[in-house]
Design a protein around this ligand. Structure first.
Ligand code: GLU
Length: 510
């Protein structure tokens, strides 16, 4: 027997930027497809015109590309089942919805928004149950089941606005087989008659999603847990279309939770709690509000992928850092847990630090380059390598490279007054002047000769090591930050070392 060809899809709605929960769904689809030699599809589910946000599709495509997730079939790339944008497929859904109406599994409903709101109000007043359009209520509402045939046909002929709803059966057990959760059984009496097709001639998510999964020959639907409540409805649709035998397998991924575990990580949590929840920065086209992104905050895509891989999946071993090839090789849906995973911002940084440390000096210099260019700097590559060598270990995020190294390229303009207050003793100016004179006389200036000089000087004068080093650091860097003083001086070189003492004294009026 020929092995089944795996086909999965990531099916975002372009209603805004892609939250990392969505990126994780895309990632798990990607890993699953790549591992099994399957096909990965991007389908844009844009049938809800009211929720359409300009720029969102472009954002989704570009931010996933930044994460290294690519597609075999997509709106951009095309493919055997094009178009891959649902708004361009409306004729297809029209045909299928009529099939359901004809087989008696869907019906026309003419209820206005006001009438439905009224029904909701009344339900509230009569005992607090929320109103559902379902097996019971449909009998009293304006639809092709409750109205006489002549009446609803006339309304249709007159062009009255309508929607088409699914006719949920009474008291049937609907079974959703989920790879992650096992059998999920729901009694159909608890389901409502969801709208499948709207008066604007476009389908709702449910119809379009099922029809497209069928037409695009999707074998596995891997998506977020928030879609689990819709799955029984989808199973019924497969049944009514006669496609149950080739229904895809479902895998509903657990939620990503807030760091304290209280509820789903939301798009506002990130900026509120100080970490990004979007892969790349997003500017809301309506409000102009900016939401920070992993890329702009200085995360590496490989770290983001690893952070997300571990939020739901576990390899079953102690291994934490994976190359993308290793993730592909080891990923399985069987190892995705049922329970939500808390997002841990510190762990996210830790991941990034690890991936930064795996980069070569050359790769890190490439990451530092934009900052240098921004300041009009073009240091010699040998110099750059030395600097990178000194600062790399402390860099967790890309901007750390610049924040911990800028003083190698630019002389400080300011000197931290608090540090100055604390370390500058009555004798300091004199000690530094004496010491500088001795440095000037050095024939060879490097960290070893400097070290010897410092030891000699402190022994000779009784000045403590710190009493010499701390002021020197303040003069070199402008603060008490930076790598070891000897290494710092070594890289700066003798002339610059002395120059910084001189300009520092001038600026501090000493
Ligand atoms: N369009 C849905 C979403 O935005 C897709 C859900 C699914 O994968 O079935 O998440």
């Amino acid at each position: 027997m020929k092995a089944e060809h795996i086909r999965v899809r990531f099916a975002p709605s372009p209603t805004g930027p892609l939250h990392i929960g969505g990126v994780r769904t895309a990632l798990y689809n990607f890993l699953f497809a790549r591992k099994l030699g399957g096909t990965m599809i991007l389908r844009i589910e844009d049938t809800d015109q009211n929720r359409f946000v300009a720029g969102a599709e472009d954002y989704i495509v570009k931010s996933l590309a930044w994460c290294g997730l690519d597609f075999d079939e997509s709106p951009e790339k095309g493919g055997p089942h094009a178009p891959y944008r649902q708004s361009e497929r409306s004729e297809i859904y029209r045909k299928y919805i009529h099939q359901l109406v004809e087989s008696g599994h869907a019906y026309y409903a003419f209820d206005t928004e006001e009438a439905l709101n009224l029904a909701r109000e009344q339900a509230k007043q009569n005992g607090g149950n929320t109103f559902q359009y379902d097996q019971i209520t449909r009998k009293t509402l304006q639809n092709s089941i409750a109205l006489p045939e002549a009446e609803w046909k006339k309304r249709l002929a007159d062009g009255a606005p309508y929607v088409i709803r699914i006719k949920i059966p009474e008291n049937e057990q609907v079974v959703v087989n989920d790879i992650i959760r096992g059998e999920v059984i729901v009694n159909s009496s608890n389901l409502d008659d969801k709208v499948l097709f709207k008066s604007d001639g476009l389908p709702t998510y449910h119809l379009a999603n099922v029809v497209d999964d069928y037409l695009m020959k999707i074998t596995h639907v891997i998506r977020g847990e928030e879609w689990l409540p819709s799955a029984p409805l989808h199973v019924l649709l497969y049944r009514y279309f006669g496609w149950e035998d080739i229904m895809p397998q479902f895998a509903h991924l657990p939620l990503i939770l807030k760091p304290d575990g209280n509820g789903k990580l939301s798009k506002r949590d990130g900026d509120r709690l100080g970490f990004p929840v979007f892969p790349t920065e997003w500017k809301d086209p309506k409000t102009g509000e900016i939401y920070s992104g992993y890329r702009e905050s200085g995360y590496l895509p490989e770290a983001v992928i690893n952070i997300l891989a571990h939020l739901g999946w576990n390899p079953g071993t102690e291994q934490e850092l994976f190359t993308s090839a290793e993730l592909i090789q080891q990923f399985s849906l069987e190892r995705v847990g049922k329970h939500g995973s808390k997002f841990d911002p510190e762990k996210a940084k830790w991941f990034n630090h690890q991936y930064m440390q795996r980069k070569s000096d050359e790769e890190l210099s490439i990451l530092l380059k934009p900052y240098l260019e921004q300041h009009g700097l073009s240091p010699a590559s040998g110099y750059l390598d030395k600097v990178i060598g000194l600062v790399r270990e402390r860099a967790s995020l890309v901007p750390d490279l610049w924040n911990t190294s800028w003083f190698f390229f630019i002389r400080p303009e300011k000197y931290d007054p608090q540090v100055y207050q604390k370390i500058w003793l009555p004798g300091t100016t004199g000690w530094i002047k004496d010491f500088a004179r001795e440095v000037e006389a050095l024939a060879v200036f490097n960290k070893d000769t400097l070290h010897t000089l410092v030891v000699d000087y402190t022994t000779k004068t009784g000045v403590k090591m710190g009493q010499l080093m701390n002021p020197l650091r303040l003069l070199m860097v402008g603060s008490n930050q930076g790598p070891g003083m000897m290494e710092l001086a070594d890289v700066l070189g003798k002339d610059e070392f002395l120059e910084r003492i001189k300009t520092g004294f001038e600026k501090l009026n000493l």
